[in-house]
Design a protein around this ligand. Structure first.
Ligand code: SF4
Length: 348
């Protein structure tokens, strides 16, 4: 089946097209199966703003480093190695890597004498688990656990991306796990509005290849909207229970994105009734007046995240910036485009 799908893609004779995958997991699976090496010249695949660590703004990392001077930090592993002006979280005093937001609750229970801050980033897929951890913290009456939130949602950033006048994307591969939570209606409406075909796909080779074949058919027809080829997991309405848990705890807020700057209502912040768990409020005296930070000089992560340049277009790629000594977030994250290209992209 894989050979047949590759054959269909390689026999594509239509106009040159650029496809964008909007998810770090797709970035990695496309790189891992070597897809870019077998694409014909008239099909190009670029990455979009779907890697949660990569899109997390530099100022957030700097804020976390400031808090690390007076609190125990719990974070997902990738965030620890993102370089910042003040160093990395990996080198900070008291930072513990966790695998799930609920782990931070356990850390807070085990360290009652310490302030514990969970670094809450991620898209629709991750946020329900954070909401559950907040609810659990309230249930337990925890006084020493807060959440530094930079959770993001797909709709506003996709709208910003597709509204850019210089965008050159002919088809979109939408993230199946985001759609599993949020549903497909938004993606469908977005594709129709901007007249760009889309496909909601899973992450193994077969899903990715079927997704590309479907997109090529839709582009040639042409057909607008988002086709769902991940029906075993994704329902049109998403996961209403997860959506309700998130609504209970979070509300839409303006958010800062690496490469995009501030996008109105593109993030999620804790509702007022959960203010006691909001690290930005509890530690406001520490965070207020913090210097604003820019991208490292020469780093093109922002442009990579908008699909405008490929990782190898960055002059630092593979020279000054490697997974061992990353300069930008896209080289750190296990879902980053630069890390994927370095690991699976062939000879440097
Ligand atoms: Fe940023 Fe490194 Fe990628 Fe360049 S190669 S865009 S510095 S992560």
């Amino acid at each position: 089946m894989i050979k047949a799908l590759v054959g269909v893609i390689q026999s594509y004779k239509g106009r040159p097209v650029t496809l964008m995958e909007v998810c770090g997991t797709h970035t990695m699976s496309i790189a891992k199966i070597g897809l870019k090496h077998i694409l014909p010249d008239n099909i190009r695949i670029v990455s979009g703003p779907g890697c949660p660590v990569c899109v997390t703004h530099q100022n957030y990392i700097e804020s976390a480093l400031l808090l690390a001077q007076s609190a125990k930090i719990c974070t997902f592993g990738d965030l620890m190695r993102v370089p910042a002006a003040q160093g990395t979280l990996a080198a900070a005093n008291d930072v513990e890597m966790v695998y799930a937001p609920m782990d931070a609750v356990q850390v807070a229970l085990a360290n009652p004498e310490k302030e514990v801050v969970f670094l809450s980033i991620g898209f629709e897929t991750t946020t329900p688990a954070v909401a559950l951890a907040v609810l659990r913290a309230r249930e337990l009456g925890l006084q020493n656990l807060t959440f530094l939130t930079a959770n993001k949602t797909m709709p506003a950033v996709m709208e910003a991306l597709l509204s850019a006048p210089d965008l050159q994307v002919d088809g979109l591969i939408y993230p199946g796990h985001v759609a599993a939570i949020a549903g497909t209606e938004f993606f469908d409406a977005l594709s129709r509005k901007h007249k760009i075909p889309g496909v909601v796909a899973g992450f193994d080779a077969a899903q990715v290849l079927v997704g590309i074949c479907t997109l090529l058919e839709m582009i040639q027809a042409p057909t607008w909207g988002a086709a769902n080829i991940y029906k075993a997991v994704v329902k049109a309405e998403g996961n209403p229970k997860a959506q309700e848990i998130v609504r209970q705890v979070f509300e839409p807020v303006d958010a800062y994105w690496r490469g995009f700057g501030m996008i109105a209502q593109s993030g999620l912040g804790l509702r007022t009734k959960f203010a006691q768990f909001d690290a930005a409020k509890k530690f406001a005296p520490i965070l207020q007046g913090m210097k604003q930070f820019e991208e490292p000089i020469g780093c093109l992560c922002g442009e990579v995240l908008k699909g405008k340049v490929a990782p190898r277009d960055c002059g630092l790629f593979g020279v000054a910036c490697t997974p061992q000594n990353p300069v930008g977030a896209c080289m750190v994250s296990s879902e980053g485009s630069c890390a994927a290209e370095y690991r699976y992209g062939g000879v440097l």
